[in-house]
Ligand binder design. Structure first.
Ligand code: PLP
Length: 390
């Protein structure tokens, strides 16, 4: 389909789209249908960790699709087991469940928390954070503490209360034996790139331990090497006890092949019994082979360290743009630059000049490039961004 009007005639308008369509990618660059080249600092919204054209990833998928793509979870899917083992090794947690997206991963976390609470004779109240984002399904939308996403879709799920992010007192006020879980992001992404404070994270951990509630960290955007550790929580939790009980994953896990997952501690994971939760596609051959190839390439190419180094460099370069920008926040290759006024003009100008960036929250520009980004890529991105600001 070559024309955007025809596209809009047949596809629902759930997105306000730029009139651009990409044909192919190479490394950190994308090329549109006029062969115009774009430096990609969006990575499909923090998805394409390996960039475009990674040969080992492509070969793994081609080999798999030549053999079998799907069998259902009624049978053992060997790469699913292998991916679960890899996720356990890189997270330090124990067991995985696979689904297809971030929202679904949070739904699974919700159900696991309630099942665990049921098995332990606890209440089923959940505390989520104001200004959070956890997805668009009714359950994950309820966890999303932002009225603008919720208001047209009420009534939502019951028994969720909202605390102030990075304000432990506000969580303490809501905490009691009826609470079965607290959910938060390590960096509020859609909320405007607001990192969790270490004391707040550890405070949440202690509160959960005190009330035998689960700590669920939504690592959908921050996970898979984006924030300078394999998972962002590892910037704060130094051992198994300090780690969350459950993490939810998606985005970077499949490098563009849809896959979501939760990974949980053993004592929690065992609350799920056959038929408690399921997914037809979840953890199929294609998505889990994509997940394995992504993680292996991240480790082979040392992209955790690269995200840290290049991320620090990007952070510094953005700081140097003050007072053109107001504030810089984030970790690794998930950085936000807060600007005065509207972000959409800046994003459009950058697009015109061959740089892809996105907004986050009200007035923050988000930089989430593929994890293969180099300092030279950052220099070029900053040059285009600076010009757009002036
Ligand atoms: C932190 C977080 N959780 C959940 C989601 C929802 O993921 P998905 O769009 O794959 O359902 C997102 C998407 O932006 C996210 O940033």
């Amino acid at each position: 389909m070559n024309n955007f009007e025809e596209f809009d005639k047949y596809v629902m308008t759930t997105y306000k789209r730029f009139p651009v369509s990409f044909e192919y990618g190479d490394g950190i660059y994308l090329y549109d249908d006029n062969n115009k080249k774009y430096l990609d600092f969006t990575a499909g919204i923090a998805v394409n960790a390996l960039g475009y054209g990674n040969k080992n990833y492509i070969n793994a998928l081609c080999n798999q699709i030549n053999k079998i793509n799907h069998s259902s979870n009624l049978y053992y899917i060997k790469p699913q087991g292998e991916l679960a083992k890899l996720l356990s090794e890189v997270s330090g947690l124990d067991k995985a469940f696979f689904c297809n997206s971030g929202a679904e991963a949070n739904e699974a976390a919700l159900k696991l928390a309630r099942k665990y609470a049921h098995a332990n004779n606890k209440g089923n109240k959940i505390i989520a954070m104001k200004n959070s984002f956890h997805g668009r399904t009714v359950g994950s939308l309820t966890l999303t503490g932002q009225e603008k996403y919720q208001k047209m879709f009420k009534p939502l799920m019951g028994d969720v209360e909202y605390a102030e992010f990075n304000n432990l007192e506000s969580v303490e006020k809501l905490m009691n034996n009826e609470v079965c879980a607290i959910i938060a992001e390590c960096i509020q992404g859609e909320g405007g790139i607001i990192p969790i404070e270490k004391e707040f994270y550890l405070g949440l951990r202690k509160l959960c331990d005190k009330y035998n509630a689960l700590l669920i960290m939504d690592e959908v955007q921050t996970g898979i090497a984006r924030c300078g550790e394999f998972f962002a929580f590892q910037n704060y939790a130094k051992n198994y006890e300090e780690a969350p009980d459950v993490i939810s994953l998606a985005k970077g896990l499949g490098n563009g092949v849809p896959i979501g997952a939760i990974v949980a501690k053993e004592k929690v994971a065992k609350a799920f019994e056959p038929s408690d939760h399921a997914s037809t596609f979840g953890g199929n051959f294609i998505s889990t082979v994509a997940g394995i190839a992504t993680i292996k390439e991240i480790l082979n190419l040392n992209l955790v360290q690269n995200a840290k180094n290049v991320g620090n460099y990007l952070y510094q370069k953005l700081i140097e743009l003050k007072p053109l920008i107001k504030d810089v926040r984030g970790m690794g290759l998930m950085i936000g630059a807060e600007i005065e006024g509207n972000t959409s003009d800046i994003i459009q100008k950058c697009l015109d000049n061959g740089l892809l960036i996105i907004g986050a929250g009200k007035n923050t520009i988000r930089f989430v490039p593929p994890l293969i980004a180099t300092k030279e890529d950052v220099d070029l991105a900053i040059e285009i961004f600076k010009k757009a600001l002036q």
